[in-house]
Design a protein around this ligand. Structure first.
Ligand code: HEM
Length: 272
């Protein structure tokens, strides 16, 4: 065996285990994101297509559809419906066989993903702070910081793609994937928390309880931290580091599956 093969961090069984754990997490997350998309299509999509706007707020929204507020309603409905395109596009974008077989499609879905993520982040920020669609100031800080990260990460993803620094681009694209799905992470974390504690614990109706505030930041910062460690482990020659991160990623997959199951039961399936 050559010296290069011995020092190549991608040639070990620990590296394969790490990559397999990453794929398992991604598959679980994709299933959970598609269930979220199905809920949005069945609830908001159906009501929009049939013109049944009057009952949109039945699922208990902060503001939702407001009779007579044309601009506000367009903003709200486009925000919700564009979310489906971004989420489906994001999962396809990170699927390696599609990326390798259809590079032109990858470029176009990538540009669309970045554009829609920016529209959702800026539109959501506007609804929250300019239109006052929030339950509490402090409770809205988590999703607002999330919006800032989306804008910064989208810029860096695009910058490195244009510069043809594909390896760095790919890493920022993965980070963007995490923060752009921050609102999905928030829902699975909150519902997972409720299910684990058999009800609210440290939560409030205004989403400004200590657990709400912690979850509103940790829901995307924790996955971001795990992703960063995962990427470091992938580069590292250390087998122990790779095995540890493979374990952490699998645990993340279990936690994600648990949160998706809780959100499916309590939040989404009642509206299918
Ligand atoms: C970029 C990814 C985003 C996605 C995929 C997304 C998705 C959604 C969805 C699906 C809803 C409907 C609520 C539900 O039925 O669960 C919604 C509502 C809303 N989102 Fe976003 N959103 C994103 C970003 C943001 C950001 C960054 C903010 C704020 C800074 C925000 C603020 C809001 C507000 C204020 C509503 C209306 C809530 C109501 O009236 O009850 N969104 N979003």
């Amino acid at each position: 065996m050559s010296a290069a093969a011995v020092t190549d961090p991608t040639a070990t069984s620990a590296h394969k285990a790490l990559k397999t754990a990453g794929v398992i997490w991604f598959l679980i997350a994709t299933i959970g994101q598609w269930i979220f998309v199905y809920y949005i299509a069945m609830y908001y999509g159906r009501k929009t297509l049939t013109g049944d706007y009057g009952t949109i707020n039945d699922r208990g929204l902060i503001s939702g559809y407001v009779d007579g507020d044309f601009v506000g309603n367009i903003l709200f409905l486009s925000h919700v419906l564009l979310a489906t395109v971004m989420i489906v596009g994001g999962t396809l974008q990170l699927t390696p066989p599609l990326r390798k077989r259809f590079p032109a499609l990858h470029r176009w879905t990538g540009r669309s993903f970045i554009l829609i993520a920016l529209i959702l982040a800026i539109g959501g920020y506007y609804m929250t702070w300019a239109q006052g669609v929030r339950l509490s100031d402090i409770g809205a800080l988590g999703v607002s910081f999330n919006a800032h990260l989306i804008v910064v990460f989208a810029g860096l993803t695009l910058f490195y793609a244009v510069k043809r620094r594909i390896d760095v681009h790919r890493r920022w694209a993965m980070r963007l994937f995490i923060v752009a799905n921050g609102v999905w992470f928030f829902r699975i974390c909150l519902m997972g928390w409720y299910m684990m504690n058999q009800g609210p614990m440290g939560n409030s109706r205004q989403l400004d309880g200590p657990a709400d505030i912690a979850i509103s930041f940790a829901c995307y910062l924790l996955p971001l931290a795990v992703l960063t460690l995962y990427q470091w482990a992938a580069d590292s020659p250390s087998g122990a580091f790779k095995w540890s991160m493979a374990g952490v990623t699998l645990l993340g997959g279990l936690a994600t599956g648990f949160g998706v199951f809780a959100a499916y039961l309590m939040m989404w399936s009642p509206h299918f």
